[in-house]
Design a protein around this ligand. Structure first.
Ligand code: SF4
Ligand code: SF4
Ligand code: SF4
Length: 423
């Protein structure tokens, strides 16, 4: 498949718009603000007036959060979200990358600098109302938006330490990578992403332990940010170099048929399809890495289908609300976490019907969009609060931070619940 073919097929999807307005009725952003005229208007309709090299006819496309609900409901398959993201990229090309988009797009640099011994200081600064007000006034990052807390240790440092302590059993893996539980014939590569590495190492720890319980040697390959925050802010050129780097690091494993597993639905969606679709990257190497990448519960469900999943679960007597993030729904995988967790005796998860948590990547961090994000997420916050549970479950870090912020509940990744079930 060539670059031109994909460009054409995205453009061609415009002609499939039958102007039914189903997307506009479903769009969670246009439901809560008049500032966004809706998917049909800024998507297929606006696109007809966007000429190469010409100024954008309507910059209200910036109010699209990228949640993909329009794609899910469109009866004729118009890829509105991708059209909108391309339109944002054209605006960036025209006007340059604003400072705020740069800060949000390269947020992993904050993780590199602040995760570790400096975390308490950085967390104090990030939660200081005065500092947050200054940041809001200068770079327009919302002072109340839910910034995650930096961890005092990174996932990679935990993993390295663990590998060292199992040194006698360590297997040889390609340069710069580490592995645990060697000696097993089965191997997987874990793509932890930035959030697990710098903010939520416990999610990666749970993933490693669950994979090992299933007899896998876990390899943590060299990797960088998947580039999604850059992509969603229209910084296509910068996102491309991130995707190229990851493909280069992951390709040797994909060539050996070693599955690449992620716990962040944002990362896995980006590697599986978003980056290649939006950036027109359809080389064999990119495709091979994409085809070998799995969401962790998608992978565990595959194991279960083959009769290879360790189902020696202890009862977990809990009832919790579950939210399927929009990136997971975009994978068209069903609900793999629910499929696996329903095998755990005593555990009950009730799924929310909310379309979006509102935060949508970096969208809700923007000062002028903070309240929109909160209004979009309101139904979800009500749902989790009404459950009576003190914990909610969600596969995406962004949604977890927003649900915790909007509802006050603790929010866990489903892999943490599964690890608990293994005892
Ligand atoms: S994009 Fe799809 S859902 Fe929206 S108006 Fe066109 S056909 Fe209808
Ligand atoms: S991606 Fe979400 S916010 Fe954007 S137009 Fe579609 S439904 Fe609306
Ligand atoms: S999507 Fe994944 S890799 Fe990309 S910024 Fe988020 S956590 Fe990092």
């Amino acid at each position: 498949m060539t670059h031109d073919h994909i460009e054409l097929s995205l453009e061609q999807s415009l002609d499939h718009c039958i102007k039914c307005n189903i997307c506009t009725a479903a769009c969670p952003v246009s439901a809560v603000t008049d500032l966004f005229p809706g998917p049909k208007y800024v998507g297929p309709q606006g696109q007809r007036f966007r000429m190469p090299g010409q100024p954008s006819p309507d910059e209200s496309v910036d109010y699209c959060s990228g949640c993909r609900v329009c794609n899910e409901v469109c009866p004729t398959g118009v890829r509105v979200m991708e059209l909108n993201t391309r339109a944002k990229a054209a605006i960036v090309e025209q006007n340059g990358l604003p400072l705020r988009a740069w800060l949000l797009g390269y947020q992993y640099w904050f993780g590199k600098l602040a995760c570790g011994p400096l975390a308490p200081l950085a967390n104090f600064g990030a939660s200081n109302p005065l500092l947050r007000t200054v940041v809001e006034r200068t770079v327009k990052i919302g002072r109340k938006a839910p910034l995650p807390k930096f961890s005092t240790y990174s996932f990679r440092s935990w993993f390295k330490q663990r590998t060292k302590s199992q040194a006698s059993k360590t297997a040889a893996v390609p340069d710069g990578s580490q592995s645990t539980a060697p000696g097993s014939r089965k191997q997987v590569v874990y793509f932890h992403g930035c959030s697990t590495n710098y903010y939520e190492p416990h999610v990666g720890q749970a993933a490693v332990e669950v994979l090992e319980r299933n007899g896998f040697e876990v390899i943590v390959a060299k990797q960088g940010c998947c580039g999604l925050p850059l992509l969603s802010n229209g910084a296509f050129k910068q996102a491309r170099s991130h995707h190229e780097y990851n493909v280069e690091q992951l390709l040797p494993y994909a060539q050996r048929g070693i599955p690449i597993i992620g716990t962040s639905t944002s990362c896995t969606l980006t590697i599986k399809e978003e980056a290649s679709e939006l950036l027109g990257m359809h080389e064999t190497a990119v495709r091979m890495v994409a085809e070998n990448t799995y969401d962790i519960f998608e992978f565990l469900r595959l194991l279960h289908d083959r009769g290879e999943l360790n189902t020696d679960f202890k009862p977990v007597q809990r009832s919790m609300p579950y939210h399927a993030p929009c990136q997971l729904r975009a994978h068209n995988l069903g609900r793999p976490a629910l499929d696996i967790l329903e095998l755990v005796p005593g555990l009950q998860l009730s799924e929310s019907t909310a379309a979006c948590c509102g935060l949508a990547g970096t969208y809700g961090y923007k000062a002028e969009k903070y309240q929109i994000a909160m209004d979009v997420g309101a139904g979800l916050f009500d749902f989790v609060r009404a459950s009576g549970s003190d914990t909610a479950v969600c596969d995406s870090e962004i949604c977890r931070w927003q649900i915790a912020h909007g509802s006050g509940l603790e929010v866990k990744h489903p892999i943490e619940i599964l690890r608990e079930a293994y005892g």
